[in-house]
Design a protein around this ligand. Structure first.
Ligand code: SAM
Length: 222
C-alpha cells in the first residue's frame, strides 16, 4: 500500500522572520529596562535536561568539541552549556535582533568566548561550516521552520540537508519540538540520521492515553 502523504503543520506567524524580529526587538527593550532575558522555549528544565544528558555522555562529546545552537534566540542555551563546562560554543540565528539580544545577555554574564553570528540556516551558504561541528542543538527552530506559510516541506528538507552538512561525520543533532511527535521526527530525519536516544520529557494523561508535550531526540549523522 502507498504511504500516506506527509502532513504539514498549519502555517503560523511563528514561521516568519518578521515575527521573530519584532519579538526580539521587544525583548531587547525588556532586557535593557528590567534585565529580563525573555522567553526560554519549553522552559529552563528542558534546557537543563539536555545539557545534563550531554555532559553525562563523554563517549559522544568532550568539553572542547564544537557545538552549534541553531536558532539560539536570547542565547540562554549557550549560557547553560557554558556553565556545564562546554567551551567551544557558537550560536546562530537569522534574526539580527536575536543576535543583538544574545550578545547583550552574554556580555552581562561576562561570557566573551562564545561566537554569535547572524545566519539563516536555510538561505545562507552553509558550506563554510562544512563538517565543522560535533554537536548541533535545536530547541524550537525546526518547529518555527515547519510553521512557515510558504513551502514548509521544502524548508524542512533543506534544514535537514544543511544540518547534515555542518556536522562532522557521526556528528550529533539534539532536537526538541512541541509541534512534532517522536514518531514524526523520526520519520523526517531517518533517511540521514540514526536515532540514538530519546531524552525523557514530562508526560500527561488525557482520555486514558499518555502523551508527551514535547519531544527531545538525539540523532547521529549517518
Ligand atoms: C522558538 S524560537 C527558539 C529560540 C531558542 N532556541 C530557545 O530555545 O529559546 C525559534 C528560533 O529560531 C530562529 N529561526 C527560525 N528560522 C531560522 C532560520 N532559518 N535560520 C536561523 N534561525 C532561525 C528564530 O529567530 C528563533 O530565535
Amino acid at each position: 500500500m502507498a504511504e500516506a502523504p506527509q502532513q504539514e503543520l498549519d502555517p503560523s506567524e511563528l514561521g516568519t522572520q518578521d515575527y521573530w524580529d519584532k519579538t526580539y526587538s521587544l525583548e531587547i527593550d525588556n532586557f535593557k529596562h528590567h534585565g529580563d532575558v525573555g522567553e526560554v522555549w519549553f522552559g529552563e528544565d528542558s534546557a537543563l535536561r539536555i545539557v545534563r544528558w550531554l555532559s553525562s555522555r563523554p563517549e559522544l562529546v568532550n568539553e572542547n568539541d564544537k557545538i552549534i545552537d541553531l536558532g539560539c534566540g536570547n542565547g540562554m542555551m549557550l549560557v547553560e552549556l557554558h556553565d556545564e563546562g562546554f567551551t567551544n560554543l557558537t550560536g546562530v540565528d537569522y534574526s539580527q535582533n536575536a543576535i543583538d539580544l544574545a550578545s547583550q545577555v552574554l556580555k552581562d554574564k561576562n561570557l566573551t568566548d562564545i561566537t554569535l553570528e547572524t545566519f539563516d540556516i536555510l538561505a545562507d551558504d552553509v558550506s563554510r561550516f562544512r563538517s565543522n561541528f560535533r554537536i548541533a542543538h535545536d530547541k524550537g527552530t525546526y518547529d518555527a521552520i515547519s510553521l512557515n506559510p510558504d513551502n514548509p516541506k521544502e524548508k524542512r528538507e533543506k534544514y535537514i540537508e544543511n544540518v547534515k552538512e555542518l556536522l562532522l561525520p557521526e556528528g550529533i543533532l539534539i532536537i526538541t519540538s512541541c509541534n512534532w511527535t517522536e514518531e514524526e521526527l523520526l520519520g523526517h530525519f531517518k533517511t540521514d540520521f540514526d536515532l540514538i536516544h530519546t531524552i525523557p520529557t514530562p508526560s500527561f494523561k488525557f482520555a486514558g492515553q499518555t502523551g508527551n508535550l514535547i519531544s527531545s531526540m538525539v540523532f547521529k549523522k549517518r
